[in-house]
Design a protein around this ligand. Structure first.
Ligand code: NDP
Length: 242
């Protein structure tokens, strides 16, 4: 059995990634924070693909919870390991810097940037020992170019981009690749409050992207064909300048 973990797998891009990986034969560990109902729907979609998976509920901002849950999983699956990790969970708490609260800053950094560390660090050793691993970090156009009103979000995604490049160099010899995917506007709950009709005027492709389009790119990056791609940030944004 080959195992993959997707953080934030209950909805949006994470859900599409779970079904993509299930279709590729992975047993999918679906992490999420609180939305049991949507997480169950993802698990059903995974099973509809002919695959299987399980829910792994924990808050990735909580280092102790992440460590305890992942350690318990590893102890319960001696001989197996999680070879694919998709760091996807993320949140927005937009505000102009002038008005931004400490809570808005910290919560966004805790989720994307610290969450990346809390989940990746415990899983890395097995990937190195087994000499195979695939880590894909879902970042954002904001982490490349910066977006006004999102200094917290841009900083968190920019931080993961730098971490992706650094970690890729540490682990490349062990056949572990680390890449980032930077989506533009993708149709999910996160972009629900955005005026698509207005925004699509500035997107060369003239539309928002679909979660499945991001998931297809994840599928390629974890496949054997992508074994020589590491430390990269790949944009998927309908032609927006990055
Ligand atoms: P959604 O808001 O649709 O889903 C967010 C997911 O993250 C949910 O599964 C949620 O779980 C989970 N999550 C949030 N916080 C935590 C936490 N502390 N611990 C565990 N899970 C958590 O987001 P999207 O699918 O739109 O975004 C996915 C990723 O893609 C994010 O990193 C986002 O920044 C990035 N992205 C999205 C873009 C877009 O246009 N949609 C553009 C660029 C990047 P629960 O259901 O339990 O709340």
């Amino acid at each position: 059995m080959n195992y993959a973990l997707v953080t934030g797998g209950s909805r949006g891009i994470g859900r599409a990634v779970c079904t993509q990986l299930a279709g590729m034969g992975y047993f999918v560990l679906i992490n999420y924070q609180s939305n049991d109902e949507e997480a169950e729907k993802t698990l059903q979609l995974v099973r509809d693909q002919g695959g299987d998976g399980e829910l792994l509920k924990f808050d990735i901002t909580d280092a102790a919870a992440a460590f305890a849950t992942l350690s318990a999983w590893m102890e319960g699956h001696a001989g197996a390991y999680i070879e694919v990790l998709i760091n996807n969970a993320g949140i927005r708490k937009d505000n102009l810097m002038l008005w931004m609260t400490g809570e808005e800053w910290t919560r966004v950094l805790d989720t994307s940037l610290n969450g990346f560390f809390h989940v990746t660090q415990p899983l890395l050793k097995n990937m190195l020992v087994k000499r195979f691993g695939r880590i894909v970090n879902i970042v954002s156009l904001s982490g490349i170019k910066g977006t006004a009103g999102q200094t917290n979000y841009s900083a968190s995604k920019g931080g993961i981009i730098a971490a992706t490049k650094a970690l890729a160099q540490e682990v490349a010899k062990k056949n572990v690749t680390v890449n980032a995917i930077a989506p533009g506007f993708i149709r999910t709950d996160m972009t629900e409050d955005m005026n698509e009709a207005e925004w699509k005027k500035v997107i060369p492709a003239g539309r928002f992207g679909e979660p499945e389009e991001v998931a297809a790119l994840v599928g390629f990056l974890v496949s054997p064909a992508a074994g020589y791609i590491t430390g990269e940030v790949i944009s998927i944004n309908g032609g927006l300048y990055t």
